[in-house]
Write a protein that binds this ligand. Structure first.
Ligand SMILES: Nc1ncnc2c1ncn2[C@@H]1O[C@H](COP(=O)(O)OP(=O)(O)OP(=O)(O)O)[C@@H](O)[C@H]1O
Ligand SMILES: [Mg+2]
Length: 376
């Protein structure tokens, strides 16, 4: 159990505001980093507002850590600029950027107590002793670890150690906190709990956080906006809703929404819709899209945005292959012919029978079309 939701001690009290709450922000323009021939990060640009929680999400090797490390100052970019609160910090040493870090490995000093670990960044900054004691106490309280100050890190669980690492980043109230998979080493239950705590603290203190994860769910739970990274580039930066509803690339549609992809060809445009003739034969209505008549397209639609219907009303139909209950939802797989299976997620109440014939329909507004480059 955590009492963080209610425990709002004086860390963000009057006159003690984190710099984040003063309206400063972070901006990154055209960052690039290569290692020999390997382009690790290319053209990464973003504006992050004060108090915003932004997550870099992408698979392994997509450039998340490299981008974060350039912002932190531990990796030097080949080109591009980084501005924190209006100040160009691109060539500044990490400790002069005044950013907080929390890494996957807690990196606590093993010979120091918890309190000494948290006090360390304040000592470096020459904060008076009494002030240090007060802030350490408050910050421990904030993460539910009051009374743990005299323990050594090895006397703590993994989750507790990660809380201490979080304290160490919070204690000097940096305007921006950078976190690289901070919960990666923890089990699922603890991860869920700490996600909630991090989010609560971030909201209460108005912190600006840049967070790295390859876990979609974690990104969705925590973030105001998500930068989906692929091969060193940001495919799309947007709110979770924008990424779900208006994915800019098939990769984003798949990575976040586990979309179905159906192939077809643009047959006709109306004032409101684009009509696509699917390879499976049916005609599908999608929202208006600037694709030429005759263009080959890939139709992306998320399983949760599809419904079963009578075959006569459907854009495609087929035989129900499997029905799996996941709580109040069921996952349905329909064999739509032409080597095409479609995954749906529907309410358990409208679950079809395995082996039955069903039609599939969707609101045109929930369908995204992507041009297919080579006409195969
Ligand atoms: N110091 C380095 N020298 C050479 N190549 C590097 C170095 N650091 C990173 N890379 C390469 O840059 C690319 C991006 O790496 P990065 O660590 O940013 O990925 P990531 O998205 O954080 O992945 P992960 O989810 O596995 O942590 C990878 O292909 C990696 O091999
Ligand atoms: Mg990484």
């Amino acid at each position: 159990m955590t009492d963080l939701g209610v425990a709002t001690p004086t860390v963000a009290g009057a006159g003690d505001k984190p710099a984040a709450a003063t309206g400063k922000s972070l901006s990154v323009v055209a960052l690039r980093k290569t290692y020999g021939q390997m382009v690790a990060v290319e053209d990464a640009s973003m504006e992050i507002a004060a108090g915003e929680f932004v997550t870099f999400l992408g698979s392994s090797g997509s450039g998340k850590t490299t981008t974060l490390m350039m912002i932190a100052g531990f990796v030097e970019p080949d080109s591009g600029t980084i501005t924190v609160g209006g100040r160009d910090v691109t060539r500044l040493d990490p400790q002069k950027r005044n950013l907080g870090f929390v890494f996957q490995q807690y990196l606590l000093f093993p010979h120091m107590t918890v309190a000494e670990n948290i006090a360390f960044p304040l000592q470096l900054r020459g904060v008076p002793k009494d002030e240090i004691r007060r802030r350490v106490f408050e910050t421990l309280d904030l993460v539910g670890l009051s009374g743990f100050g005299n323990r050594k890190p090895r006397q703590l669980s993994g989750g507790q150690q990660q809380r201490v690492a979080l304290c160490r980043a919070l204690v000097y109230r940096p305007p921006v906190i950078l976190m690289d998979e901070p919960l990666g080493a923890l089990d699922k239950k603890l991860r869920d709990q700490l996600q909630t705590e991090i989010k609560n603290i971030q909201r209460e203190l108005g912190l600006t956080v840049i967070y790295v994860t390859h876990d979609q769910e974690e990104a969705l739970v925590l973030s105001d906006r998500i930068a989906v990274m692929r091969d060193g580039r940001i495919d799309q930066l947007g709110t979770p809703r924008e990424l779900f509803e208006r994915p800019r690339t098939p990769f984003v549609a798949d990575f976040l929404g586990a979309a179905n992809f159906l192939s077809g060809r643009v047959e006709h445009h109306t004032d409101e819709h684009t009509l696509v003739r699917l390879d499976t034969g049916g005609l599908l209505r999608a929202r208006q899209h600037a694709l030429a008549k005759g263009a080959r397209v890939s139709v992306a639609v998320q399983p949760g945005r599809l419904d079963v219907c009578a075959p006569a009303d459907a854009f495609c139909s087929g035989t129900v292959q499997s029905v799996t209950y996941v709580g109040t939802l069921v996952r349905v797989v329909v064999n739509a012919g032409a080597n095409c299976s479609v995954r749906l997620e529907v309410s358990a109440r409208s679950a079809p029978e395995v082996g039955g014939q069903v039609g599939i329909t969707a609101d045109p507004d929930n369908i995204n079309l992507f041009a297919v480059e080579s006409d195969g």
